[in-house]
Write a protein that binds this ligand. Structure first.
Ligand code: NAD
Ligand code: WQD
Length: 402
């Protein structure tokens, strides 16, 4: 091409040192993309960078391919310096050839954005909703304005199966068009379910609403300017980790999700798992979830970036896709899969339902399969095996804080 030899195209990954972000960055690098990470480390650690580098180096050495570029800037994506940063990665340079012809080319360029940065605790969002709306919604709006100014339009957003709300309880695979619009309940500070009629979205937590509103904003933005190519990926329950055990889920705060809690139990940092509810209408009474390997989720982002690049072949400048396995497993089956790889029993304590929980939540994978050409490769057994590697690795150098 006509680019100077030092030109480079980057995928900007915001929140790229977190659980799903770090695995996606790793997959991007393995596929040969250059990556620019922005993360303020509010829920992650800089050491993740180092582990990504180790894994990328060994992959590239094994394949005999050059190591792509990986840049990291510790930054709140809402800060003013985002503009300066985008500016410095959108360098237009003028070159004049021997015949005196001038051409403008990019020295470097951001060709796609994956936006993971958000607060993600359902419980915390009930007590500090403004903090959640600020980071997950206001931040997104400003980001989109900034990207628009720099002409960066290929955008992938982290949404969640939580946008389906109580629709999940119908027990059918959730299709992308199945959103609820009827009034439902809110959870108050003390964890009680309060019916407020009419509720705007029919969803039960501020966190869920941040994702719902974000999708609505993205759809409006795309409708107003079809230059945008926007995909919202609705993750079901991402679990597991890279088989190396070098990357994993290491939240800074208290673990509340099933697998991080199970990880702590396996590491001896918690005595047992409290099972929330044994009276759901399922095969063993515990709730059903659609667990999906985090590397499958990661690959979904690369499929989505490519789908956006094929823009001319479809009309949708905004589209939502489920990333789930399509298979439901109960909480008890998840526990058993880990017991099998760990070779020991996980102590359980049977407690009541957690407020706001649904009994079943499983994806329809049809749209992602047919349109993105994405399908999951791993299963629950692999998730358990990979997580066990992480537990053993982390156990060597920690006190049980994962
Ligand atoms: P995570 O907390 O591990 O990763 C988020 C990363 O973003 C962290 O590294 C954090 O430090 C960073 N971050 C947060 N706010 C920031 C800001 N203002 N500026 C810069 N960096 C910031 O979470 P995750 O599990 O990897 O989730 C990623 C995304 O996927 C989130 O948007 C989350 O809501 C969504 N999601 C997660 C799940 C899940 O089960 N993990 C399910 C559905 C959706
Ligand atoms: C799974 C199952 C619990 C912990 C939430 C969000 C969703 C997404 C993922 C971010 C449930 C049970 C859990 C424990 C238990 N997050 N459980 N004991 O609730 O499906 O989804 O996290 O976007 O948006 O809503 O995930 O891992 O918390 O729970 O029995 O200590 O495990 O009741 O049935 P959930 P989870």
């Amino acid at each position: 091409g006509d680019r100077p030899s030092d030109s480079a195209e980057f995928i900007l990954v915001i929140g790229g040192l977190g659980y799903i972000g770090s695995h996606t960055v790793l997959e991007l690098l393995r596929e040969g993309h250059n990556v620019l990470i922005i993360d303020n480390l509010s829920n992650s650690y800089e050491s993740v960078m180092h582990n990504i580098q180790i894994l990328t180096a060994s992959h590239c050495k094994q394949k005999g391919v050059p190591v792509p570029l990986l840049h990291f800037h510790r930054l709140d994506y809402r800060s003013r310096s985002m503009r300066l940063l985008l500016e410095s990665y959108s360098n237009l340079v003028m070159t004049i050839n021997a015949a005196g012809q001038q051409t403008m080319t990019y020295r470097s360029r951001i060709v796609g954005v994956i936006h993971f940065a958000a607060h993600k605790s359902v419980v915390e969002s009930i007590t500090t909703p403004l903090q959640y709306y600020q980071n997950n919604v206001c931040g997104l709006v400003s980001l989109l304005q900034t990207l628009d100014q720099y002409g960066i339009y290929n955008f992938i957003f982290s949404s969640s199966a939580t946008v389906y709300g109580a629709k999940a309880n119908q027990g059918l695979p959730l299709r992308e068009e199945d959103l609820v619009h009827h009034p439902e309940s809110y959870i108050d500070k003390s964890g009680h379910s309060v019916v407020l009629q009419p509720s705007v979205t029919g969803l039960s937590s501020p966190y869920a609403r941040t994702k719902y509103f974000a999708e609505a904003i993205l759809a409006d933005v795309a409708a107003a300017n079809p230059a945008w190519r926007i995909v919202a990926l609705r993750y079901f329950n991402p679990v597991g980790c890279d088989p190396s055990g070098l990357l994993g889920e290491s939240p800074r705060g208290e673990a509340t999700n099933l697998y991080p809690v199970l990880t702590q139990v396996l590491m001896g940092a918690r005595p047992r798992l409290n099972v929330f509810g044994s009276d759901w209408a399922t095969r063993d009474g515990t709730a059903i979830r659609d667990f999906i390997h985090v590397l499958d989720v990661a690959r979904g982002h690369i499929s989505a970036l490519a789908w956006n690049d094929r823009a001319k072949r479809h009309d949708n400048s905004f589209r939502a896709f489920n990333l789930g396995s399509g298979n439901g497993a109960t909480v008890l089956e998840a526990v058993q899969s880990l017991e099998a790889v760990a070779g020991r029993e996980i102590p359980l304590s049977w407690t009541g339902r957690r407020p706001g929980d649904v009994g079943s939540c499983v994806a329809s994978t049809e749209r992602a399969r047919t349109e993105l050409g994405w399908s999951p490769r791993e299963n629950l057994v692999q998730c358990a095996a990979d997580l066990w590697n992480f537990v053993r690795k982390a156990g060597l150098d920690s006190t049980g804080k994962v």
